[in-house]
Design a protein around this ligand. Structure first.
Ligand code: AVJ
Length: 320
C-alpha cells in the first residue's frame, strides 16, 4: 500500500476507535472493549501476567502443548498451512512450529500491522524453512488468504490463549464461523480454551497478589488519555474482577472512586461514585459447552488435551 493511503487508513481507524470508545461509555452500563488493552505498555503488562503462577492459563497451556506435541503435529500432518488468529508472538506458537517443519506456510493474522510484522520477522528468522505470510486484518471478519508457494493440503486455524473467552456467546459463534470459513475443506481448528473450575482459582487469576492485573486494567485509561484525547484520572478508578457463576465468566471492571467526569475526544462522560466500566469478559467453558459452540459453527471436537488438574484445554476440531 502506498504510504499516503496507509496513513489515511490509520487516521480513519483512529477516529473509528474514538467513536467506538465514546459509544461504549454512553451506554447505561458503561464499557470499553478489551481490544484497547494492548498498547505497548499493555502488551508488556499482559506478558508479565502470563508469568504469574496465579494466572495459570498461559503456563498450563504451554505445558499441555509440550506434553502432547507429537500427537498434535501428527494430526496436523504434512504440508498444512497454519493460520494463527493473532500475531503469533507467543512461546506456544514456537513450540508448535518447532515440530511442524514441513508446513506449507505459516500465516499470522493480526489487526496491528506493527506488532504483526515484527512477530512475523522474528518467526521468519527462527524458522527459515517455513514460508511466513503475515496478513493485516481484523480476524472477526472474513479475510482472504495469501497463496503459499507450496499448495497446502489443508488449513489449520490456530487460536491459542483462550482469547475465545473474550467474546460473548453470539460473538464467539460468529468468530467460530469465520474460522470455519478460513479453515476451508479438510481444514481444522486448534484452539486453547479455559475451563470452568472452582471460583477461588478463577478469582485469584484475575486478582493477582502483585497487582499486575490491576495495573493492566488501569492502563487502558492511560492509553485513552495518551492516544484518544481522554482525561481520566487513574487514581480515581479501581480494579475489580469477579466470577459470574451463572454466566460462567470473569467480569473485569474499573470502578469509579468518586463522582467525577472525564472527556474522550470532544465528549464528556460522568461517573458516579461506585459506578463501573466493564473492560473485559473472560468466558470459561465446560467441555460440553465448548463442543456445542464448535458444533453450531460446523466443527466436531476430535481431540481434547488437558493438564492433570483439568484447568485448561487444547482442542482439535475438524470441519464437518
Ligand atoms: C488474553 C483474553 C485470554 O481473558 O484471561 C488476562 C486477558 N485479562 N488477565 C484473559 C487477561 C486479565 C486474557 N486473554
Amino acid at each position: 500500500m502506498p504510504q499516503s493511503s496507509l496513513q489515511r487508513r490509520q487516521t480513519e481507524n483512529l477516529s473509528d476507535d474514538i467513536y467506538d470508545i465514546q459509544a461504549g461509555l454512553s451506554r447505561r452500563h458503561k464499557s470499553i472493549s478489551p481490544k484497547y488493552f494492548y498498547d505497548h505498555t499493555g502488551s508488556r503488562l499482559f506478558d508479565a501476567i502470563c508469568e504469574l503462577p496465579e494466572y495459570y492459563l498461559t503456563l498450563t497451556e504451554l505445558e499441555i502443548m509440550r506434553a502432547n506435541i507429537q500427537e498434535i503435529a501428527f494430526l496436523i500432518g504434512q504440508q498444512a498451512s497454519l493460520i494463527e488468529f493473532g500475531s503469533g508472538s507467543s512461546l506456544k506458537t514456537k513450540v508448535l512450529l518447532e515440530h511442524l517443519q514441513d508446513l506449507a506456510a505459516y500465516v499470522p493474522v493480526d489487526i496491528s500491522q506493527e506488532h504483526l510484522l515484527l512477530a512475523a520477522e522474528r518467526i521468519g528468522a527462527d524458522f527459515p524453512a517455513i514460508e511466513v505470510l503475515p496478513v493485516v486484518a481484523d480476524f472477526t471478519q472474513p479475510f482472504s488468504l495469501p497463496t503459499p508457494k507450496t499448495m497446502p493440503v489443508k488449513n489449520i486455524v490456530y487460536f491459542p490463549g483462550s482469547t475465545i473467552g473474550n467474546f460473548s456467546k453470539d460473538a464467539a459463534n460468529d468468530l467460530m464461523t469465520v474460522m470455519h470459513h478460513e479453515a476451508g475443506e479438510n481444514g481444522a481448528l486448534l484452539i486453547g480454551v479455559d475451563l470452568q473450575k472452582d471460583k477461588s482459582t478463577l478469582v485469584r487469576a484475575y486478582n493477582d497478589s502483585r497487582g499486575v492485573t490491576a495495573e493492566f486494567n488501569l492502563n487502558i485509561l492511560r492509553r485513552l488519555n495518551r492516544e484518544f484525547d481522554a482525561t481520566f484520572e487513574l487514581e480515581q478508578f479501581s480494579h475489580r474482577a469477579i466470577y459470574n457463576e451463572d454466566a460462567g465468566r470473569i467480569e473485569m471492571y474499573l470502578d469509579s472512586r468518586s463522582d467525577q467526569k472525564a472527556c474522550v475526544g470532544d465528549e464528556q462522560f460522568f461517573f458516579a461514585k461506585g459506578e463501573s466500566i466493564l473492560t473485559e469478559l473472560s468466558h470459561k467453558y465446560t467441555l460440553d459447552g465448548f463442543a456445542d459452540l464448535a458444533l453450531a459453527a460446523g466443527f466436531r471436537v476430535e481431540n481434547v488435551w488437558m493438564d492433570r488438574k483439568r484447568l485448561f484445554s487444547v482442542q482439535y476440531c475438524v470441519r464437518i
